[in-house]
Design a protein around this ligand. Sequence first.
Ligand code: TTP
Ligand code: MG
Length: 388
Amino acid sequence: MKSKVIAHMDMDAFFAAVEQRDNPSLKGQPVIIGADPKGGEGRGVVSTCSYEARKYGIHSAMPISIAYRKCSHGVFLRGSARKYKQVSSQIFDILYDFTPDMELVSVDEAFLDITGSYHFYQTPYKTCLAIKDRIKKEARLTASIGIAPVKMVAKIASDLCKPDGLLEIRPGKVLDFLWPLPIEKLWGVGQQTQKTLNAMGIRTIGELAKYSVEKLNARLGVHGRHLSDLANGIDERDVYVDDEIKSVSHEHTFEKDIADLSEVYGILSFLSEKVSRRLRKYELKGKTITLKVRLSDFKTVTRTHTFDERVNFFDNIYKQAKGLFDAYYKPSMRIRLLGVRMSNFDDPYVQESLFESPVARKREKVHKAIDLIKDKFGEGAIRRARNN
Ligand code: TTP
Ligand code: MG
């Protein structure tokens, strides 16, 4: 299987860098963006600060009063959200010139799937150099970019090469790169998980990778296998292209590869429900359903069905997902991952609903009411009887 090429771009000290750019007297100064410090009495927190200010131990989310104590001669600014948004869209426009396969993560951060587009610049490295170059020329700011076969590794790489860095981790080098790093660099390892793992004698990603998955699961529940996968450089997440909604999908990776059909149907029902709710939330209906199945040996297949009309109800989606699965399934299979996707939204929903029967409209109302209750009281508030 050919690996993907994912780039993770993150601007350096974003808000502070914009202020330094627009006011050259701030260059080289500790600049702190956030609440008014009011001579050390101010409330509120630091949004971000320049790298010069970081030398004083200041960081995002720190109380502004503490930042003031650490560096009272720093330049404290409130910042301008409007200006940062404008610069942010300028940066994303530049990125769009390189690939439309982009997932915006925050105001200054995006994943790009450049698997199909890096050839224009010969290599992934040269592509990302060109991106950095354009950001430098057009926005007069620096970005750091990590390149790797999976999202998580690209993100860690961009973080480690800051500021103004570019770091490529080739497919064969992922484990050499990851294993010496401390576990807290992994996605999903917060302070609590870090403590638990440390207590088990696990400090580096390499130690986590070699630890028994069963023992990890016993201590951390479902999280265990996921973390073990990440530590071994396995990250199932694709770059989620969200500029316009082209498809709505949900996936589930099993804690253990499974052969039990009732478990499969349970998850298909759960995924269909999630997809159905998202479709209704966005007022979309899809004509095409795609089932994704990954087996224990990582073989991945997709099976597609086109409905006669556009749908967004759970019953239709689940029935087809199950039908597609049953047509593919053989008893020897061990299932690692399942996914359900709905796409093909061409016709505007509003127009189509003009021709719907009163019965369909009534169902629509019932479903929306259920969604509202669930939004208010949580997923468990209403359970659907499943008919396998
Ligand atoms: P980050 O990318 O986390 O930080 P940064 O760009 O300032 O610095 P780095 O070089 O380490 O990437 O966040 C981007 C912007 O989002 C940041 O400039 C300010 C804003 N922000 C907040 O307002 N509050 C926060 O807690 C964080 C983390 C960021
Ligand atoms: Mg940043």
